[in-house]
Design a protein around this ligand. Structure first.
Ligand code: ZN
Length: 427
């Protein structure tokens, strides 16, 4: 009997080896579909095989294999997974704990544990990809988090990371004058020829992007002033690009932006003091702007501004003006919020503000999908609903192409063909 049983088990095992693995097809049937570009379609379906999109089109035109699992989305819109262009998963809102306090007094272990929550919140909010721009004192922990997501130990978006980020000596924070002892910094200091080595070292430790602080608040009155010289910028970009890495510049001053753009960076973060000439230059060179509107508003509110009840403070007025100017000059806009300054999973705040500050909802959606994918060189992998791309898809109740806040009503999140959220929409 035992012998028979053993033969039977072996027989089943052999069948399992020789039978081709059952292909897993899923058909998503939304009320309407936004493909990441200009079009909104009704009556279309998306066919997924394992981790990829294999078909998209009118349902009657799709070849649907037998045994395909079907999921319908009545009164919902299906979109490509959203891409956050500027996050800090190792930070949490500054009104909970100040930035200084997080960098100096939270252990790396605590910060990583918090980050696992942040990553899950981002994914469930529909953000299937994040470009994370610096660990702010948490070393190379972003690399470990990326590994943990890829190994499916934790749930999180696809991460594209910058590791420690690079600052000019003396320029960044925590400010040394605030302490009687040497304090660790929120990014890695380097200058002159040493920059070449630091860029290479960060690449060696996992940096997919090189993040540079082009200016910081180190003027005599604490105002923002440029950091790296044009010669230093040249070395940074040459070193990064020869290793196939693009450069992102934190830049809020006109001169900081000018030097970074001239050197060949891919994105400017913040860009508050951009002038018409600077923005024209960005448009000509196809350098994108991550405006981080939500972070600017969050910081104004943390210092007491009551939005809606009080007039806009000067910083907000100036930000609105400069954002509108960037739009007028046709600068490519990256959807990048600086989330971490405010709550992870609240990334849609940035998209709501982009609309409030003058962008059409459809353009904002393009920015957060195919636009960011193109800026980050990922358009062949994600950002659109097209055959061959990763099956990163999100459904929301309502129509975010008309009402951007409908993005908050997430009902379904799929990343690489795996479903992370699937709920019946609230009536
Ligand atoms: Zn940032």
């Amino acid at each position: 009997m035992r012998m028979l049983h053993r033969i039977f088990v072996r027989f089943i095992f052999i069948i399992a080896i020789f039978l081709p693995a059952q292909a897993q097809y899923t058909l998503l049937l939304p009320d309407q579909l936004f493909d990441g570009h200009n079009t909104v379609r009704k009556g279309w379906g998306v066919l997924i095989k394992e981790d990829r999109i294999v078909g998209v089109g009118p349902i009657s035109a799709l070849e649907i294999p037998k045994d395909t699992r079907q999921i319908s989305f009545p009164n919902q819109t299906l979109l490509p997974g959203l891409i956050e262009g500027h996050s800090h998963v190792l930070l949490h809102p500054y009104n909970e704990t100040t930035w200084n306090e997080q960098v100096l007094n939270e252990t790396e272990a605590e910060r990583v544990v918090r980050a696992t929550n942040h990553l899950k919140a981002s994914l469930l909010a529909g953000f299937t990809t994040l470009r994370d721009l610096g660990t702010e004192g948490a070393g190379y922990a972003d690399w470990g988090l990326k590994q943990a997501i890829e190994k499916e130990i934790i749930a999180g978006p696809r991460l594209f990371i910058a590791s420690k980020a690079i600052i000019a000596t003396g320029s960044y924070a925590p400010k040394r004058t605030g302490f009687a002892y040497e304090v660790p910094q929120g990014a890695e200091e380097a200058d002159g020829q040493h920059l070449i080595q630091v860029v290479r070292d960060q690449i060696g430790k996992g940096a997919e992007w090189i993040k540079i602080y082009a200016d910081y608040r180190w003027g005599l009155q604490g105002e923002a002033k440029p950091t790296f010289t044009s010669e230093e910028w040249h070395d940074i970009v040459a070193t990064a690009s020869s290793a196939g890495r693009m450069v992102s510049a934190h830049a809020a001053t006109e001169e900081g932006m000018r030097r970074a753009i001239e050197a060949g960076v891919r994105t400017i973060e913040h860009g508050d003091a951009g002038t018409t000439t600077v923005f024209q230059n960005m448009a000509d060179k196809h350098v994108a702007l991550c405006p981080t509107l939500a972070a600017v508003e969050a910081i104004a509110q943390y210092s007491g501004w009551k939005k809606g009840q009080e007039p806009d403070p000067p910083r907000i007025k100036a930000k609105k003006e400069s954002f509108k100017n960037a739009l007028r000059q046709k600068v490519p806009i990256c959807m990048g919020s600086d989330v971490g300054v405010f709550s992870h999973g609240e990334n849609v705040k940035e998209m709501e503000l982009m609309v409030e500050y003058g962008m059409a909802p459809l353009d904002v959606l393009i920015s957060a999908t195919s636009g960011n994918a193109e800026i980050f060189g990922l358009e062949r992998q994600l950002g659109s609903i097209k055959p061959g791309l990763w099956a990163d898809l999100v459904a929301v109740s309502g129509d975010p192409t008309q009402h951007i806040s409908d993005l908050r009503k997430t009902t379904f999140v799929m990343k690489g063909g795996k479903i992370y959220l699937s709920v019946t929409p609230k009536p």
